[in-house]
Structures are given as C-alpha cells and as structure tokens.
Design a protein around this ligand. Structure first.
Ligand code: NAD
Length: 389
C-alpha cells in the first residue's frame, strides 16, 4: 500500500551549467526594480559570473539595488538593514545570490520589508508571513542547504543567542537558478560541511516519522549522489561533474526539507549555531551525528539498514539489524574522509555549556518527529556523548 501523502513544490527550477545567464529572463516577470542580496565572497570569487548576472538584469530593463552585508549564519541586524533598503528603494522583488546565508537573508528581507515589526516576529511558532511577502529568486552558490527549494529561512538573534527559522509557503523561491558552475570556487572545507548538510536533510526526512513515498524517492536519490560525489568535489573543487551532481542532490534535498523535514540533529545543531556562531551549520550537524545515530538506530532498523547498504553494498550479506548498526561506522568513516569528523572540544564548547544548549534545543519541533522522541535528559546525553571523553 502507498501511504497518504501531500507534496507541494511551486519553485520553477532552472537547472544546469550556464543557466545563470538566464536570470534576467526569469526575473522580468516580477517587476522592474530588484534588491540583489549577494554574499561578499561571491562578488570576490565569482566576480565575472556575478557581473554576467547583473548584466542580464540590466538587459531586461531591471534596475538593481545591491545589498552585500550578508554574513554566515545571518543575523537579524543584517536582515533589518537590508529590509530598510528594500523599503526605501521600493523594490518589487529580491534575488539572493550565495549560499544558504545569502538566500535566507533575501527571504527574510522579503518578509521584513512587507510586514509590521522585524523578521524575528515571523518565526515558525509566532506569526506566518502573508502573501504580501516580496517574490524571491534564489541563486545558490553552495550545494548544501537546499534553501532554493525549501520553505525555510534560518536567522540568528545575537542578543538572545538564538538561532531559529521562518517557515512558510510564502517564502518559497518563485524561481531557483541552479548553475553548478557557481559552486566551483567553494573551498574544500565549505564543500564538506555544506555537502554533509545535503545528506542530513535527506537522511532525516527519510527516517522522519512523517516520511512519505514521494520524498523517499528524492531522499534516496540524493543520498546516493552524496555518497558518490561529495568526496570527489571535496578532493577536486573544479570537478564540474561532481559539482553538478551535488547541486542536483542539494535541490532534491530542499524538496525533502519542504515536504517532510529534519529531526534531532537539526535541533541540536541549531542550538550550537545560536550559541557558537563560529561553528558552521554543517559542522554543528557532523559533531552530533554519531551520538544521534546510536540513539535512534533501534527505532528505525529498516531505514538505517537501507542507507547503510548504500554506503557499503557488502552489508547486503548481513541482517537488517546488523546493517543498521553498521551505519554509524560508515558515516564516521565518511566524515573522516572529508575532514569533517569533530568532537565538541574542537569548537571550544565545554561541558558547562550543555545545559544552555539543551534549553534551546528542546524547543525545536524536529525532536518530536524523530523515530525515538527525546526529552531534555536525552538531549543532554546526546551532547555529552559528542565530547571526546
Ligand atoms: P554560507 O552561505 O554561510 O556560506 C559559507 C561560506 O562559503 C561563506 O563564507 C560564504 O561567503 C562562502 N561561499 C559561498 N559561496 C561561495 C562560492 N561559490 N565560492 C567561494 N565561497 C563561497 O553556507 P551555507 O551552508 O550554504 O548556508 C548556511 C546557512 O543556511 C546557515 O545559516 C544555516 O542554518 C542555513 N540553512 C538554511 C536552510 C534552509 O532551508 N533555509 C537549511 C539548512 C541550513
């Protein structure tokens, strides 16, 4: 029997090498004046490609206002700064060019520029942004967050030391221009942490209690691609085939996020990111993954076994239970192969910090859709097991 499911994905996906040159053509339907929210490193490392995109906008008669104060793990302050510019300049839509941080900044600006209060007032558990939200185009330059196809924008309130998210169909990108050439300049460490993020979106959607057949197909395809191509992209940043495959996996992963979503690691990881902004999103996930796998395996044997066998076909020869329990070692080896295997000490996090992290992590609904639902004590243990000793 195929179980009941809902699936919604309204983004027009423009995928393929060189497609950035079509930005103007796809943008013109949204108006004559745009706020381009761009990562400063994109301006620096992809200056020619960035200029090409601006030129396509110009050639379609679109006036551009540029906001480049994007910071990794975007803060409310930078979003509000961008929103003020969007309001003052009366832009009709926004384009985010960069990694998750730039596109999420663009999404949050699209909300803050059109609604009362600040973007922080529209977190998923507060008020939902309305259809007044400015149209958003996402042009990813990392293969990681899937934000070009997800319904989420992650932001950090530095005063509250809290990382949280807006989640709404009204912030889904109208158009995603996914041009793998834009990821060729991503340095290996960022390739590793963003690429592992792709895996986590798919794996957690696949084992999520709300898993569903449509997303299963996308998740398993993307997991297969990450296993085969992430290390290649890490070892050889200019490998266009590997970059293209990772951009594909990333885009599928965003659809998984939009329609099922993540579990415990994202609750634990977002709390780490809120308290320790120097830890990248992918690193914050990698550090808690081994403990999370131990904690969950017995509650999801079949699905863990399926993924373990994708890492290591030899596990076809053993029982589901044995294969499921082998997944942790497969993932640890994978993390080590891309230099992403950490313990909490590596980030300067101390055991005394754990209570604060738990207080934050327990708030996330991600916990309640894990096959085994944790309480505060469990989350504390998961953090403590992520230390070296
Ligand atoms: P990022 O956007 O912060 O970029 C990481 C680093 O790579 C930055 O220093 C950036 O300047 C640089 N960079 C980006 N593209 C580059 C390129 N082509 N060449 C050279 N350098 C480049 O990283 P990210 O992992 O893509 O995004 C992380 C953010 O996204 C976090 O805030 C995370 O919580 C959030 N996130 C959002 C979603 C979602 O659905 N909205 C999902 C997961 C994570």
């Amino acid at each position: 029997m195929i179980k009941k499911f809902n699936y919604y994905q309204p983004t027009r996906i423009i995928f393929g090498v060189g497609r950035r040159k079509e930005l103007g053509i796809w943008a013109k339907r949204f108006g004559k004046k745009v706020l381009v929210v761009v990562d400063p490193n994109v301006k620096k490392f992809l200056s020619q490609q960035y200029q090409e995109m601006l030129d396509t906008l110009k050639s379609e008669g679109i006036e551009t206002v540029v906001f480049d104060h994007v910071i990794p793990n975007p803060t409310l302050d930078s979003i509000q700064e961008g929103a003020e510019i969007a309001k003052r300049e009366k832009v009709e839509f926004v384009i985010g060019i960069g990694g998750g941080s730039a596109i999420d900044t663009a999404k949050a600006i699209a909300v803050a520029a059109t609604h009362e209060g600040t973007a922080w007032d529209y977190l998923y558990f507060k008020k939902e942004p309305t259809e007044k939200t400015l149209p958003i185009i996402g042009v990813p330059t990392t293969a990681g967050t899937g934000t070009q196809t997800s319904r989420v924008s992650v932001l950090t309130n530095t005063e509250e030391k809290c990382k949280s998210a807006i989640a709404s169909d009204n912030i889904i990108c109208k158009v995603a221009i996914v041009d793998p050439e834009l990821t060729l300049t991503v340095p290996p460490a960022v390739t590793a942490s963003t690429g592992f993020d792709v895996f986590t979106h798919c794996f957690e959607s696949y084992i999520n209690v709300n898993n569903q057949p449509y997303v299963d197909v996308l998740a398993l395809e993307a997991i297969k691609v990450v296993i085969e191509y992430l290390k290649k992209a890490y070892d050889n940043p200019k490998d266009l085939e590997a970059r293209t495959k990772m951009a594909w996996a990333d885009t599928l992963a965003g659809c998984c996020l939009a329609n099922v979503g993540t579990t415990i690691p994202h609750a634990l990881g977002q709390a780490i990111g809120g308290h320790f902004p120097h830890v990248s999103h992918g690193q914050s996930l990698a550090v808690v993954y081994p403990a999370f796998l131990d904690y969950t395996v017995e509650w999801a044997i079949e699905r863990f076994a399926k993924v373990a066998r994708m890492f290591n076909p030899e596990l076809e020869k053993v029982s589901d239970k044995e294969a499921a329990y082998a997944l942790k070692q497969e993932i640890v080896s994978f993390l080590k192969s891309i230099n992403l295997y950490y313990t909490m000490e590596d980030f300067g996090i101390k055991k005394e910090d754990v209570k604060d992290l738990v207080r934050h992590a327990i708030e996330f609904p991600d916990n309640r859709v894990n096959p085994r639902v944790p309480d505060e004590k469990d989350l504390e243990e998961l953090y403590l097991k992520s230390f070296r000793d």
